[in-house]
Write a protein that binds this ligand. Structure first.
Ligand code: UD1
Ligand code: UDP
Length: 356
C-alpha cells in the first residue's frame, strides 16, 4: 500500500506523530509537508521532539490568504500525486493543507482518508469549518474521534465510509503528559509556580485579525488576576505588533510572553496550570486530558464533549465571563473521551483494511 500523507502545520505534526512511524512499518508512506508552518518553533521542533519521520518532500508554501494558500498548494500537490500514484491520500484536521491535499487527490481520482472527520462548529465564518465540511465530502474513509462527529456525518449523508477510531492527539498527550508533569524547567523558565498561573494561547483569525476583537483579547489578558504565560503564535504576534499593542502586554508585570513553545515545554506548562485559556482546538482536548479546567475564547467549539463534561466553558472574548469561569469548581468526574490512546493503531488498521 502506498499512502501519500499531506501535513503542513503545528497540530498536524502532533497528529502525524501518532500515525506515521507505525504506518511506515506496514506501508510505503510519502510524507509531504506543505510548509504552511515553517518557523523552527512551529514545525521542526515537533519532528525532533515527537519522532515524526522526516518529510519526503517540503513544498515551502507558507503565508498568504486562505484562498492564495489553498490555490498554491493545489497547484503544487497535483503533480506530486500524479507522480507517486498513491493508493490513498491521508489528511488530518481542518487547515488549508487538509483541504488542498483532499481536493488535489479527489481531482486526481485518488481516494482520500480524513483523520478527525466530522468535527463541526456550525460556524461557517471559520475557514476551518469550510475546510472540514469540504474535506469530509471528498473523502472515501472518514475516521472520527468519537461518536458525536460520526453522527454529524450520518446527518450530512457523506458518501465515504465512517469509522470511529478515537483521537490521535490523545495518543500523543497520554504518552507525553506523565513525564511532562515531572518537568519543572519550563515553569522555572517562565518564572511561575505550579497551580498559580494560567496558560494562554490565541491565534484564531476571528479573534486576532479584527482590531476591535484583538483589543478585547488584550484587555481580557490584562485583567487576569494571576500570572499569565502566553506563548505567542506568529499570527497573533504580527497583529499585536501592527496595532502597537505588544507593548501593553510586555509592560504588564503578570504577563510572561514567550515564543511558541515546543510540545514538551508546552505540555509541562499545561499540566501544572491553574487553568487553560485558549481558542485552539487541540489544546481544549489536551487540557481536559490533563485535568486542567479550560476557558475557551470562542462562542462555539467542535469539542462539545469537554463542555458537556463541565471541564470547558465558552466565554468568547467576554472579560467578566472569563474571570468568572476561572473561579468555577470543576466536577470530580472526568469521563474518558476521545479514545484510549490507541487511535493511531486504528487509523493504520483501517487504511490497511481498506487500501492494503
Ligand atoms: C493555521 C490554520 C488553523 C490552525 C493553525 C494552527 C488554516 C485556515 N488555519 O492558522 O486552523 O489552528 O494553523 O496553529 O489553515 N507564520 C509565521 N511562521 C510560521 C507560520 C505562520 O510567521 O511558521 C505567520 C505567517 O505570516 C502567516 C500567519 O502566521 O501568514 C498565519 O499563518 P497561517 O498558516 O496562514 O494560519 P494560522 O493562523 O497559523
Ligand atoms: N502547542 C505547542 N506549543 C505552543 C502552543 C501549542 O506545542 O506554544 C501544541 C499543543 O499542545 C497542541 C497543538 O500545538 O498539540 C495545537 O496547535 P494549535 O493550537 O496551533 O492548532 P489548533 O489545534 O487550534 O488547530
Amino acid at each position: 500500500m502506498r499512502v501519500l500523507t499531506v501535513i503542513g502545520n503545528r497540530p498536524q505534526f502532533v497528529k502525524a506523530a501518532a500515525v506515521s512511524r507505525r504506518l511506515q512499518e506496514v506501508a510505503d508512506e510519502i510524507l509531504v509537508h506543505t510548509g504552511q508552518h515553517y518557523d523552527d518553533e512551529m514545525s521542526a521542533v515537533f519532528f525532533s521532539e515527537l519522532g515524526v519521520p522526516r518529510p519526503s518532500l517540503e513544498l515551502e508554501l507558507g503565508t498568504g490568504s486562505n484562498t492564495e494558500q489553498t490555490a498554491r498548494m493545489l497547484t503544487a500537490l497535483a503533480p506530486v500525486i500524479g507522480e507517486h500514484r498513491p493508493d490513498v491520500v491521508l489528511v488530518y484536521g481542518d487547515t488549508n493543507s487538509t483541504l488542498a491535499g483532499g481536493l488535489a487527490a479527489a481531482q486526481a481520482g485518488v481516494p482520500v482518508a480524513h483523520v478527525e472527520a466530522g468535527m463541526r462548529s456550525f460556524d461557517r465564518a471559520m475557514p476551518e469549518e469550510l475546510n472540514r465540511v469540504l474535506t469530509d465530502h471528498l473523502s472515501s474513509l472518514l475516521l472520527c474521534s468519537s461518536d458525536v462527529p460520526a453522527e454529524h456525518l450520518a446527518r450530512e449523508h457523506v458518501v465515504g465510509d465512517v469509522e470511529i477510531v478515537g483521537d490521535v492527539m490523545v495518543d500523543v498527550a497520554l504518552l507525553v503528559q506523565p513525564r511532562a508533569r515531572e518537568d519543572d524547567a519550563p515553569l522555572r523558565d517562565a518564572g511561575v509556580q505550579a497551580g498559580e498561573y494560567v496558560l494562554v494561547t490565541a491565534h484564531r483569525a476571528g479573534n486576532v485579525d479584527d482590531p476591535e476583537r484583538l483589543r478585547r483579547l488584550v484587555d481580557l489578558l490584562l485583567a487576569l488576576p494571576c500570572p499569565v504565560v502566553l506563548p505567542l503564535h506568529p499570527r497573533t504576534g504580527a497583529r499585536l505588533d501592527a496595532q502597537g499593542w505588544l507593548d501593553d502586554l510586555l509592560a504588564a508585570e503578570h504577563v510572561r510572553l514567550t515564543p511558541p513553545l515546543g510540545y514538551l515545554a508546552f505540555t509541562a506548562l499545561l499540566t501544572r496550570a491553574r487553568a487553560m485559556l485558549t481558542d485552539s482546538g487541540g489544546v481544549q482536548k489536551e487540557a481536559y486530558l490533563a485535568g486542567v479546567p479550560c476557558v475557551t475564547l470562542r462562542d462555539t467549539t467542535e469539542w462539545t464533549e469537554t463542555v458537556d463534561a463541565g471541564w470547558n466553558v465558552l466565554v468568547d472574548l467576554d472579560r467578566d465571563a472569563a474571570l468568572a469561569a476561572l473561579d468555577r469548581v470543576v466536577p470530580e468526574h472526568r469521563p474518558m473521551l476521545y479514545g484510549d490512546g490507541r487511535a493511531g493503531e486504528r487509523v493504520v488498521e483501517a487504511l490497511v483494511r481498506r487500501f492494503g
